[in-house]
Design a protein around this ligand. Structure first.
Ligand SMILES: Cc1cc2nc3c(=O)[nH]c(=O)nc-3n(C[C@H](O)[C@H](O)[C@H](O)COP(=O)(O)O)c2cc1C
Length: 264
């Protein structure tokens, strides 16, 4: 065995530590840590990562250094010191959250401006060719079908290929979970021990074997509920109705306490 695997995870959920994405990410990292990795999670909503301004200073004026001085400066250093990057985000409009998109855009600094051709396709060569990464993608979505994740999956496969100049980044696995809102209901969590165990197993495999094995992937891909679309929609509508009532009565309660309720 070589040196300790360094894993840097990004959680791009606005709900951060309290969200559904976190419930998948942390067991994955626990499994990785149990297999000997050093792990760290950065919660993007707690950091300052401004949107890329498209000035190209990082390519033309100060190669490898962004004109925006914010948390991305040290995050890039951390990325370069890591072997595995984990991108975790809820599915937002078929892709990553805005927090994670800002990070991905700012990662353009990891390529150089001049172009080369790999397998007949034009790419930016990597700025740090000595750095090879494995990437893991973790997401969850409200809807049940796997198809909802297609744009996100394509995004990471293309980006890994492009930013790695075709050779530097390997996708070690993806955990893409439909019906992830079930994790918001504490009463449902005891039903999903099998899934969280598989997340732990996946984390261990990425460290020991370099990728999630097909057997574990098959477990990770099992649906959280064995229901068809009609039943799922009916169940969800009941759940939504209750959640709306609860949210409204909580708001009314707060307004009464603050003396701001409007009568009539
Ligand atoms: C702005 C927004 C966009 C969303 N877009 C999708 C979507 O395209 N497909 C989907 O199935 N769920 C979508 N959802 C639902 C979230 O993916 C879902 O609530 C998820 O469990 C949130 O994870 P989190 O708790 O980690 O933030 C969206 C939610 C929000 C607030």
């Amino acid at each position: 065995m070589g040196e300790r695997t360094q894993i840097l995870a990004f959680n791009g959920s606005p709900r951060a530590r309290r969200g559904n994405t976190e419930k998948i990410l942390q067991p994955f990292l626990e499994g990785a840590a149990a297999a000997g990795a050093a792990t760290e999670t950065l919660y993007l909503r707690e950091l300052k990562i401004r949107e890329c301004q498209g000035c190209y200073a990082c390519h033309m004026l100060t190669p490898g250094l962004c004109a925006i001085r914010d948390d991305m400066t040290w995050i890039v250093e951390k990325m370069l010191a890591s072997d595995v990057l984990v991108f975790a985000s809820p599915l937002y409009v078929f892709t990553v959250s805005a927090y994670l998109k800002a990070l991905l855009d700012r990662m353009m600094i990891l390529g150089t401006l001049e172009l080369k051709v790999v397998d007949g396709v034009v790419v930016h060569p990597p700025r740090f060719p000595g750095r090879k990464w494995r990437w893991v993608v973790i997401s969850n979505a409200g809807f049940p079908e796997r198809e909802h994740f297609e744009p996100m999956e394509a995004l990471f496969r293309r980006f890994a290929w492009a930013i790695g100049g075709g050779t530097q980044v390997a996708i070690a696995g993806m955990i893409l979970k439909g019906m992830g809102e079930l994790f918001s209901a504490p009463s449902m969590l005891p039903n999903y021990g099998w899934f969280f165990d598989a997340c732990r197993q996946a984390g261990g495999e990425v460290v020991r074997e370099g990728a999630i094995t097909p057997a574990t992937q098959a477990v990770l891909d099992r649906p959280l509920l064995d229901v068809g679309p009609d039943e799922f929609a009916a169940l969800s509508n009941t759940f939504i109705e209750l959640a709306v009532k609860k949210a409204r009565s909580r708001k009314t309660g707060q307004e009464k306490t603050q003396g701001t309720a409007v009568s009539g």
